[in-house]
Design a binder for this molecule. Structure first.
Ligand code: GLA
Length: 409
């Protein structure tokens, strides 16, 4: 079975298919979807050539698509209210980084990248290329602004759809990694957000029942079995509903700081500092860069440690590693916020084996590794703590490692 054969959730695909028929009065040529992700551990290490350990969520964004012949792209989306929102058509030849902006910049950016990559033109699809245009209708249930990679999901679903229209139906591992790089390029160069490769690679390359160990320097991946349920455990996602945005300056500032540190150390990336050489490296850096470097180096070591535990099936043992990761992000990298800290602290006090914020930070979600028997108590404690603090109630769900991007129909 290839990853693209894996079963994908029917809900978003049905919604996208129905909405396509109502907007365009014809059937789509197909429906493709891609998941959001949680990152179990390894935060802000991706753009430092380091290690990450994400898994795909069951939550997906689906793209129903059909080719056009007039050189235009149309985008529509189904809102959480069930209503279809349609954007004005845009000529493929008019696509420029930043135009269009807003949510349709993500799928438009992917079309821009695939056009440059020269996708399509084969006899099977009558020579269709992105230049001829397409209709896309997008629907799904990946929470937005929650640090769960809704942007990567929309990019990867769009890429799969456009490649499908061009006649590519079975994406093997190497092609999946390439699609992830295209999707990342759309986000970096078209949308203009300087993110790393974590989210798009997770959305494209994760498989059911596994976490993805990714070496962001080599691009090497390893599927590590992760059966928390079988061990009586759950990964509880706590979405604080504090909207995070990576378009602000904070994400770029952290990235610039770590790149500057690598330059000052004369190294290609902070990946090249190890726990053994850390003290020496810190001695050679200005004080403001010290905590940033300490986070990256210790976080890479924690990803390696957690991966070793998971390869041995010792899921519960990653708890303290998750805890240490959160402390490092809160105190050294300074990307947490009071709501995330409250979620993490409360989950731990209520019995979680480990807890940390996940994703870019500055809001978004935390995860807690909990014994299934303790889960309700942890959820209740977090809800009470948020009520008491006067914060908006968080949304919580259990995250089960799910399939990467694929064709639904
Ligand atoms: C966001 C970015 C990723 C990664 C994480 C932090 O999700 O898109 O590239 O940097 O933040 O680990």
């Amino acid at each position: 079975m290839t990853a693209s054969d894996q079963a994908t959730a029917a809900g978003p695909a049905d919604t996208a298919d129905d909405a396509f028929r109502s907007v365009h009065d014809r059937a789509p040529a197909g429906v493709w979807s891609a998941p959001g992700r949680v990152n179990l551990i390894g935060e802000h290490t991706d753009y430092n050539d380091g290690f990450v350990l994400p898994f795909a969520l069951p939550h997906r964004l689906a793209a129903a698509a059909a080719p056009r012949e007039d050189g235009k792209l149309t985008f529509a989306t189904v809102g959480s209210d069930g209503r279809v929102h349609t954007e004005a058509p845009v000529a493929v030849s008019d696509l420029r980084p930043g135009t269009p902006d807003g949510w349709s910049g993500y799928p438009a950016g992917v079309a821009w990248v695939l056009r440059e990559a020269g996708i399509g033109g084969g006899a099977e699809t009558d020579g269709w290329t992105v230049d001829r245009g397409a209709d896309l209708v997008i629907a799904g249930d990946v929470p937005t602004g929650a640090g769960l990679s809704s942007s990567a999901a929309i990019e990867c679903a769009t890429a799969m759809a456009l490649l499908g229209l061009a006649g590519e139906h079975d994406q093997q591992a190497a092609r999946r990694a390439e699609i992830a790089r295209w999707a990342q390029r759309a986000e970096n160069e078209f949308v203009g957000v300087p993110t790393g490769s974590l989210d798009q690679t997770a959305s494209m390359c994760c498989v059911d029942g596994h976490v993805l160990f990714l070496d962001c320097r080599s691009g090497d991946t390893e599927q590590v079995p992760f059966n928390a349920t079988g061990a009586g455990l759950s990964v509880l996602v706590i979405d604080t509903q504090v909207k995070h945005s990576l378009g602000g300056s904070e994400y770029g500032d952290r990235r610039a700081g770590t790149e500057k540190a690598a330059r000052l150390l004369g190294l290609p990336a902070l990946r090249d500092v190890t726990p053994d050489t850390l003290d020496d490296a810190l001695d050679r850096l200005p004080a403001d860069l010290v905590p940033l470097v300490r986070h990256i180096v210790t976080e890479n070591a924690r990803v390696l440690e957690a991966s070793r535990y998971l390869r041995d099936g010792r899921i519960a043992d990653i708890g303290p590693v998750l805890d240490a990761s959160h402390v490092s992000m809160r105190d050294d990298y300074r990307i947490s916020c009071p709501e995330l800290d409250l979620a993490v602290d409360t989950a731990r006090t209520a019995g979680a084996l480990g807890s940390r914020m996940t994703g870019g930070g500055f809001g978004g979600s935390a995860i807690a590794l909990v014994r299934e028997n303790d889960r309700h108590a942890v959820e209740a404690a977090v809800t009470t703590a948020f009520d008491t603090a006067g914060y908006r109630r968080p949304r919580m769900f259990v995250a089960v490692p799910s399939a990467g991007a694929g064709r639904d129909r």
